[in-house]
Ligand binder design. Sequence first.
Ligand SMILES: Nc1ncnc2c1ncn2[C@@H]1O[C@H](COP(=O)(O)OP(=O)(O)OP(=O)(O)O)[C@@H](O)[C@H]1O
Length: 209
Amino acid sequence: MIQTDNLTFRYKKTECTFCFPNIDLKEQENLLILGKSGIGKTTLLHLLAGLLPPVSGKIVMEGVDINSLSHGQLDKFRGQNIGLVFQKSHAVQSLNTVENLQARLFFSKKSKNNILINNLLNQLGLDDCKKSKVNELSEGQLQRLGIALSVVHNPKVILADEPTSNLDDDNCKIVIELLINQAKRTNANLIVITHDHRIKSLFSNSIIL
Ligand SMILES: Nc1ncnc2c1ncn2[C@@H]1O[C@H](COP(=O)(O)OP(=O)(O)OP(=O)(O)O)[C@@H](O)[C@H]1O
């Protein structure tokens, strides 16, 4: 569950203050955030992830006012409750695909679960890449590994920044369905920001910034 209340933000040394519309998502509700380039979509996602502090306003996630947490508490909360899908994967170069997912579970304090990892890789069409090092993956495979890394620990909130931008039509469908199904399976909220018109019809709930 996510509620925001009168969120505003300003980057240092800039004039422009962003004022964001309120968000109120109950369990299992998803949201698509649209808007023209530079309007502040990624900024809003970073506020929701606790990566940027708002100038004013409030973000309550799973009943926790995330901006009242210390840095350490926020890191722990993010690690356990939030799955972040970035435009570029944050995989560890020196590890292979499976090892990256095992490391993600370890840092989220979740037990190693090879069945879960294998299922996820299978759904994402990454079966043949289990032993591949990150620098041996194509852009599309890397993006799908990024998705796997962001959901393997079953987060309560999945925040995705342009998750389908580098993908062909088939993989776009696979990835967005995986995110939607994963959110459904774990009663999580899924928030996606995108320019990708292919996925608009899959979301009933959207806001335009
Ligand atoms: N670290 C920063 N310092 C100063 N200004 C920034 C910083 N990061 C982003 N901005 C500015 O804030 C505005 C919003 O950026 P943001 O990345 O949130 O937009 P966006 O809607 O996600 O754009 P796009 O769709 O092109 O990715 C832009 O004008 C950008 O130049």
